[in-house]
Design a protein around this ligand. Structure first.
Ligand code: NDP
Length: 340
């Protein structure tokens, strides 16, 4: 245990906030990012927890990034909200777009949130949980940098392009799945590299197009889509929704704007649906009860669990138990808090 260190969630938040604030992030940007990072540590999603602070700070090496950006919210259509992130980071822009998205979805039955000019290096479940906690079903899509080869190809073109879906539940937190369209998130390969561990076969190919278990070679080559051409099709859809549809960059275009920081500039697309507005009788309770029957049937089979159950189980423990992080990561973050 000597190579790791215990932190309470309050200490996680303070460390994240101070590391960002000391590096020139505005209080609003730093707080929104610290909230997201703390939520990830709370849910034991390590690759989007404190490990990510270095990505946010390194992003400042790109002169286009504005760590003090104030996002601007506007309406594109009666059911379409727009947020211009103004070249800041996604968490604050998403937070500001959530309330108008929910309001429009309730008014129209379905609504969309189009975000532009954001740097997104987080998971998608925080933005979806926020919407689904208001009783709405929701989807989110964002592209990244060209890390993944299309099906049959060997050169990176798509991002690891995550998509997520949330379903509101009665007396339970929302069901959420949030998954990269690659076999694994890039952060997992970076963590294997950091820890000196090989990656499983099938995660990536090297620059020569051959399968590799070496994380360094994998990061130089191309990640592979999950499920072959099926995951590649999801990645393609995400490029179209978070790129062409919202008038923003494809992953390969984001690469041309990146100065090697690894923080992708681009868009994000969310859809929110009011379930009660999708049935003739408007009986939302009946819909939710019907959904619970399916979820219960899943649980009746041994070996199953629902997506997000792992996170919610962690969430019950970490507020009192705290979390552990590598001591070297803590040292890096403490050094960041002393930047000026
Ligand atoms: P995982 O493969 O770990 O998990 C994907 C989803 O499947 C999760 O919702 C998870 O729920 C669920 N799940 C896992 N195992 C089971 C199981 N046995 N039964 C039922 N459900 C299960 O995630 P990825 O590696 O694909 O992605 C990790 C994160 O990286 C995502 O949050 C994604 O948004 C993020 N990402 C962000 C990018 C960006 O550019 N911003 C790019 C790519 C990825 P649970 O959480 O409960 O384990």
């Amino acid at each position: 245990m000597n190579d790791s260190l215990h932190l309470t969630l309050e200490e996680v938040h303070a460390l994240a906030f101070e590391a960002l604030a000391a590096n020139g992030f505005s209080a609003a940007q730093a707080r929104a990012i610290a909230d997201t990072v703390t939520a990830a540590e709370r849910d034991l999603c390590t690759s989007h927890g404190l490990f990510r602070i270095a990505f946010y700070v390194n992003a400042l090496n790109n002169p286009d990034v504005d760590p003090t950006a104030v996002p601007v919210v506007s309406e594109l259509a009666p059911a379409v909200v727009h947020v211009d992130g103004r070249f800041g980071f996604a968490p604050l822009a998403l937070e500001m777009g959530a309330a108008p998205l929910v309001e429009k979805a309730r008014a129209q039955g379905i609504a969309a949130l189009c975000l532009n000019n954001i740097y997104h290096i987080a998971a998608l479940w925080p933005e979806l949980e926020r919407v689904a906690e208001q009783g709405l079903a929701a989807f989110a899509f964002t592209a990244a940098l060209p890390y993944m080869a299309p099906a049959g190809g060997t050169r990176p073109l798509y991002g690891t392009n995550p998509m997520a879906f949330a379903w509101p539940r009665k007396d339970h937190p929302p069901l959420v799945f949030d998954q990269a369209s690659s076999v694994t998130a890039r952060g997992e390969i970076q963590i294997h590299l950091r820890d000196g561990k090989p990656i499983p076969v099938g995660w990536a190919i090297g620059p020569d197009g051959e399968p590799t278990t070496d994380p360094e070679t994998a990061l130089k080559g191309a990640q592979l889509p999950f499920g072959g051409h099926k995951g590649a099709a999801i990645a393609l859809m995400v490029e179209l929704l978070a790129g062409a549809l919202v008038g923003d960059l494809f992953s390969y275009e984001a690469a041309a704007k990146d100065t090697g920081t690894g923080a992708p500039l681009g868009g994000e697309f969310l859809i929110a649906i009011d379930p009660g507005r999708c049935v003739r009788d408007g009986d939302r309770e009946k819909q939710l009860a019907h959904a619970e029957q399916l979820l219960q049937k899943i649980g009746e089979q041994e070996g199953t669990r629902l997506p997000s159950d792992r996170r919610y189980a962690a969430r019950k423990r970490t507020p009192t138990e705290g979390i552990r992080i590598p001591r070297t990561l803590h040292q890096t973050l403490v050094a960041y808090t002393r930047e000026s």
